[in-house]
Design a protein around this ligand. Structure first.
Ligand code: FAD
Length: 379
């Protein structure tokens, strides 16, 4: 069996200094904090305000308007924003994975054109991976880009594409060569302007009644040669590195903390031993996950492969998030009610509706456990 260890995370004085600054900034911000699933709040005005403070694309080099910071500084800012349920979803995908992907595999022109806009909080991305018949098994994607004069012609459909109707670009994974014995071969990634003729978004309303997902259809969509990201046929390898960014951050275990915060506020007026034990257990789990996530940031900084560690954090973190509503319901007998004036009741309803999706988005827990087992040499 392979060895598995999480190196000690590094302390960063710069990061801790930033923590105080972010707290001051969010204290002065009067947005709605009662939507308990903070990660889903889409607010371009807030994203732009963060961009002006230099808190988006903090790890991008300064020549692309980034802060030139390390991952630890970015984690601190993210933790503070998630803790107050700030609406960061507009820019979150771009800054978490699309920007870093372009930085690593994009052309200089793509980087110069896009990264400064991401850092400014004005350019948003969606992820075009899942298809009606390909979710977990991404190697089976059927959306196809065919080589034509000066570019590529794309036909096919993506599904569950979060925010496709309100983002500027998609990173599209599609087939550029016929399927072969090596199923992961022949896939490529493209930078797609969502305004390109031939792209249609059809809304899918989720269980909470919100329009976040979409079906995205491509009908004879022309993409110029310079839309290719990285190397033709290397899409699988590129997307795997993108998922490491996606899977290990605090948004994978802190997005339901709003309900816990409201729960603690109620407990202050109705203290109980069971309540205290529950809060203690939740905080113990949270601090362990936080340490693991910070450890992965150190590994990525040192250019170590952290894909196994990231899969573990996502599995443990999203199961933790998913159990929060049930854990809280066993202590306080409150009726969950979406939009209720009682902050705890509204927050509880919100996390109950979002909990099922925690262990599906970004890779299901079964698939992640398969990755972990394989990486550890257990199958
Ligand atoms: C909130 C949310 C946001 C999302 N946003 C996006 C997005 O922006 N872009 C995007 O491309 N996709 C997005 N998705 C889609 C998501 O990535 C897929 O739903 C997910 O990968 C599962 O694929 P599927 O739905 O096709 O299920 P399937 O792959 O059909 O899986 C069905 C079940 O079978 C299990 N299963 C499948 N294969 C295996 C295996 N090898 N071993 C064990 N069990 C297995 C799965 O765990 C699952 O329980 C989002 C999903 C959610 C819930």
């Amino acid at each position: 069996m392979n060895n598995l260890s999480f190196p000690r995370p590094r302390q960063s004085e710069i990061a801790e200094g930033l923590r105080a600054e972010v707290r001051e900034f969010v204290d002065g911000w009067h947005g709605n904090r009662h939507n308990a699933a903070s990660f889903s709040g889409f607010d371009p005005e807030f994203s732009e305000a963060l961009g002006k403070r230099g808190w988006i694309g903090m790890g991008f080099p300064t020549r692309y308007r980034g802060g030139g910071y390390g991952l630890m500084e970015r984690l601190v800012v993210l933790e503070e924003l998630l803790a107050v349920r700030a609406p960061i979803f507009a820019h979150a995908v771009a800054e978490r994975q699309s920007g870093p992907l372009l930085l690593r595999f994009g052309t200089e022109r793509q980087r110069e054109e896009i990264l400064p806009r991401i850092a400014a909080g004005t350019c948003y991305f969606c992820i075009g991976l899942s298809e009606p018949d390909s979710g977990s098994d991404l190697a089976s994607v059927r959306t196809r880009a065919t080589k034509v004069d000066g570019g590529w012609r794309v036909n096919g459909a993506k599904i569950w594409t979060s925010s496709a109707h309100r983002t500027h670009y998609m990173i599209l994974l599609c087939r550029t060569a016929p399927a072969s014995e090596v199923r992961q071969a022949g896939l490529s990634q493209f930078l797609v302007d969502m305004k390109t003729p031939g792209i249609t978004c059809r809304p899918i309303v989720n269980i909470a009644g919100d329009h976040d997902f979409n079906e995205v259809h491509f009908q004879d969509v022309f993409l110029a040669d310079d839309a290719l990201i990285g190397v033709e046929g290397q899409g699988w390898q590129q997307v795997t590195s993108e998922l490491t960014f996606e899977r290990s951050g605090p948004d994978r275990f802190m997005s339901h903390m709003g309900a816990v915060e409201e729960f603690v506020a109620v407990l202050k007026t109705q203290p109980s031993a069971e309540g205290a034990r529950t809060v203690g257990r939740l905080v113990a789990h949270l601090s362990t996950l936080r340490r693991m996530s910070r450890s992965i940031a150190a590994m990525i900084t040192d250019e170590q492969d952290a894909s196994l560690h990231a899969a573990l954090v996502k599995d443990l973190g999203t199961c933790f998030e998913q159990e929060i509503p049930e854990t809280l319901r066993l202590v306080l007998q409150t009726e969950p009610e979406p939009g209720a004036s009682d902050a705890y009741s509204a927050a509880l309803a919100n996390v109950i509706l979002h909990a099922p999706s925690c262990t599906i988005r970004g890779g299901t827990k079964e698939v992640l456990r398969g990755i972990v087992a394989k990486s550890l040499g257990l199958r």
